[in-house]
Design a protein around this ligand. Structure first.
Ligand SMILES: Nc1ncnc2c1ncn2[C@@H]1O[C@H](COP(=O)(O)OP(=O)(O)O)[C@@H](O)[C@H]1O
Ligand SMILES: [Mg+2]
Length: 482
């Protein structure tokens, strides 16, 4: 059941807009997907049986003790009457501070993750100590909250442990006074021993239940964020022109990143997006793939508003090669095959050859079956890029988004890859984001973005004639090359 819940939640996360992942730290997501769901597991397998046992047995034992000696049994009831309100107090503390405790724990996980992932940066910039202070600050805050929150349960545990000595004391008093016989006293002590053990073990289950309560609130919150809405479940597109109609966009309702973007990319044409870094080129590409939804205006593919379409279905028609390509910790073969699940081995190898991966893959000790490390970090940037290109070639989708996809290639490889890309781009609606302007001169249209606005738009020849910003950029690059 927990496995299913985990898969379901993972799927839910995937269906959300990328904005969700901007707003929630990796530590939060990780602890939701792992710890929160483990809580259910623990409660169902351990806490529930133990709580049922405790309640049934404790009631029976208590009733039994009344039959033996009602005075002693009353003493026991006094202990219980003190212990249980403490748990109620604890409950209130959980309500007040529980969310904060979880936040701190998530922050801790985030810091640890950041530390491990950024090890290279920390080492090379000697940032170890400053980073540790952030970690120790968080740990300190966790310690404070934990101390505050564990007072009631500690008190409960002490009282539960006191039950036996207390009853022993009272029992001895009664025995010396001659009001209880030794056999009854022994029977009573044995029962009290059982009761005390039950009360002590109840604390453990109670703590699990407490965690479950917080986890459930958290999971509910995770499910509260609704997936990107759509009207059409099974998307069938027949045309693949892309139109932006007065699109405004901002990440997380902050300042606008794109303003009033309108253009039309004909089916089968190539559109180049250029502009200074931070001008919004990658954002335009992400909007086409509906990783985010526009704030104003609309984006149409084949005449259909992308917001009507199921994002999963839409992505069947789109291949992307990004600036940074994440590979999965799987074999190279499976990484390429991820482009199209139904591909045969010949097709995978043909795609690898077309993307100029085949040579370097063959040289690896296990060839296509070499296992990559997490994120594909055992390969160079250029190699990762070429595998991502092979994946896109295999997918063969009618819309292609290339975000600086030749950025991490050396000149020799770039020429080869450009050949492969040319073949891939044929007949497709392509968006290329490139730094080197010489690579995009043949594009059907060139869109120059600046601070989220379209500054110039047209073919290479048209833009040159304008003697505007594009003209300057081309001249600058020519100069640099010379
Ligand atoms: N995930 C994000 N969350 C918030 N702001 C972002 C995000 N990605 C990019 N931005 C901001 O949006 C602007 C445009 O970024 P981007 O489209 O990546 O530019 P380009 O690809 O042209 O370099 C930048 O100012 C950047 O800081
Ligand atoms: Mg970019």
């Amino acid at each position: 059941m927990c496995g299913e819940m985990r898969l379901d939640l993972a799927n839910h996360f995937r269906s959300l807009s990328l904005g969700y992942f901007n707003q929630n730290s990796s530590g939060y997501l990780l602890s939701t997907l792992t710890k929160d769901l483990s809580n259910f597991e623990l409660v169902i397998t351990h806490a529930l049986p133990s709580i049922v046992k405790t309640v049934v047995m404790a009631t029976l034992v208590l009733i039994g003790t009344f039959f033996i000696n009602w005075k002693l049994a009353l003493a026991e009831c006094v202990v219980l009457a003190v212990a249980f309100p403490i748990l109620a107090w604890d409950n209130r503390l959980v309500e007040r501070h529980g969310a904060k405790k979880r936040q701190l724990n998530a922050k801790m996980i985030s810091i640890v993750l950041e530390y491990i992932k950024g090890m290279k940066v920390f080492k090379s910039h000697n940032m170890t100590s400053t980073h540790f202070s952030r970690m120790s600050d968080t740990l300190d805050a966790i310690r404070k909250t934990n101390v505050k929150m564990s007072v009631p349960t500690s008190m409960y545990a002490i009282i539960a442990n006191f039950l036996l000595p207390l009853v022993l004391l009272a029992g001895s008093y009664l025995f010396l006074g001659g009001t209880i016989t030794p056999d009854r006293l022994i029977a009573f002590m044995l029962m009290s021993l059982a009761l005390s053990a039950l009360l002590i073990s109840f604390e453990h289950s109670y703590n699990l239940l407490k965690d479950l309560k917080l986890a459930a609130v958290n999971l509910e919150k995770a499910y509260d964020t609704k997936p990107l809405p759509y009207q059409e479940e099974n998307v069938t597109l027949t045309h693949f022109d892309v139109a932006f109609d007065h699109v405004d966009f901002s990440y997380n309702h902050q300042a606008d990143v794109l303003h009033d973007i309108s253009f039309h990319a004909k089916e089968g044409s190539t559109t180049a997006l250029i502009g200074p870094s931070g001008s919004g080129k990658s954002t335009v590409a992400s909007l086409i793939a509906r990783f985010w939804d526009v704030t104003q205006g609309c984006i149409r593919i084949g005449g259909r508003d992308v917001r009507e379409l199921n994002p999963d279905g839409l992505l069947h028609y789109i291949s992307e090669v990004f600036q940074e390509n994440t590979l999965l910790a799987d074999t190279i073969y499976n990484n390429i095959k991820a482009g199209r699940d139904s591909a045969t081995e010949e097709e995978v190898i043909a795609a690898a050859k077309a993307a100029h991966c085949h040579e370097f893959i063959k040289k690896l000790p296990e060839g296509y079956h070499t296992h990559l490390s997490e994120g594909g970090n055992t390969l160079s940037g250029g190699e990762k890029q070429r595998i991502a290109i092979a994946r896109a070639i295999l997918k063969d989708a009618p819309i292609l988004l290339l975000d600086e996809s030749t950025a991490s290639l050396d000149a020799d490889n770039e020429a080869k890859i450009n050949q492969a890309l040319d073949r891939l781009m044929k007949g497709k609606t392509v968006f290329v984001i490139a730094h080197r302007l010489n690579t995009i001169q043949n594009a059907g249209q060139i869109i120059l973005l600046n601070q989220g606005r379209i500054e110039e738009m047209g073919t290479h020849a048209e833009l040159l004639k304008k003697h505007g910003h594009y003209f300057e950029m081309v001249q600058e690059q020519e100069k640099a090359k010379a």
